[in-house]
Design a binder for this molecule. Structure first.
Ligand SMILES: C[S@@+](CC[C@H](N)C(=O)[O-])C[C@H]1O[C@@H](n2cnc3c(N)ncnc32)[C@H](O)[C@@H]1O
Length: 248
């Protein structure tokens, strides 16, 4: 009944994506140790209310802005608009409750380039247990929360978007293209959507109905094809910097 995302691990997929493509601006919401942030070579903004960076997260980035705050506070700060930043590629991996991811998507799309790409993490759970909204009783191991709801929500409210659900281990990576930064459908229907989906569990929605509603696309084939979803969003790779040691 569950379709398991068992392709390339998402960290490996992201490392290969960033090695193949350079973007003008990359946004990551939910960075934790920096493992998904570290391989980025583009100008970057990382947002997390509690960073635990344990590795070199600067690497080959020409610029790295860190906002140690919630994504809601970050978007409310106006940082992106004040600095006239249009996002080329974003990875949304913050709070795993669907209303948070929905707001992150709405706010990110509004500040994205129309040719940009937004990646949503953890939307393909492999058990009911991991989809719980009970923050006081999270499962010991993987927790996706109920962000799986973004797939039916975007399918219903934004059929103009293209969703490619990649089979990245362990819980999928949804790649959203065809963005319309001026589109207000999700924002205008936000309260209705929350009311409609708040209490719906995956069991009640129907796991079969959910997994029948999309194809799991091969992340490996996506890589072998040169990451086609990102081609329009990427910039000349010769602009990548090679940091040089200037003194010892
Ligand atoms: C699953 S971890 C991110 C993992 C990281 N992207 C990676 O792949 O290595 C989720 C992160 O989201 C952060 N987070 C929780 N609530 C958040 C919020 N409201 N806004 C932004 N980040 C949030 C947590 O602090 C945590 O570090």
């Amino acid at each position: 009944m569950f379709k398991r995302a068992s392709g390339l691990h998402y960290h490996r997929f992201l490392r290969r994506l960033h090695s193949a493509h350079l973007f003008d601006w990359y946004l990551e919401i939910g960075c934790r140790t920096g493992e998904s942030l570290a391989p980025v070579r583009s100008k970057t903004i990382g947002v997390d209310p509690f960073f635990r960076a344990e590795i070199n997260i600067i690497g080959k980035k020409p610029a790295l802005h860190i906002a140690q705050q919630t994504s809601d506070d970050f978007f409310a700060s106006g940082f992106l608009a004040n600095n006239r930043i249009k996002l080329s590629t974003s990875f949304l991996d913050g709070m795993h409750l669907f209303e948070f991811l929905l707001r992150d998507f709405i706010n990110t799309e509004a500040q994205s380039d129309a040719e940009g790409v937004i990646m949503l993490h953890d939307c393909v759970p492999f058990s009911y247990e991991m989809t719980t909204r009970d923050l006081a009783n999270l499962p010991q191991r993987a927790w996706t929360g109920d962000v799986w709801k973004l797939i039916p929500i975007l399918q219903a409210y934004r059929p103009d978007l293209t969703l490619t659900v990649l089979d990245c281990r362990p819980t999928g990576l949804v790649c959203v293209t065809g963005l319309s930064p001026g589109n207000k459908v999700l924002a205008d229907n936000y309260e209705n959507i929350i009311r409609q989906y708040q209490d719906v569990t995956l069991e009640a929605f129907g796991a079969e109905r959910f997994f029948d509603s999309f194809e799991l696309a091969s992340a490996l084939e996506c890589e072998q094809a040169g990451f086609p979803q990102w081609k329009a969003a990427s910039i000349d790779p010769s602009l990548a910097i090679q940091p040089q040691l200037v003194s010892t």
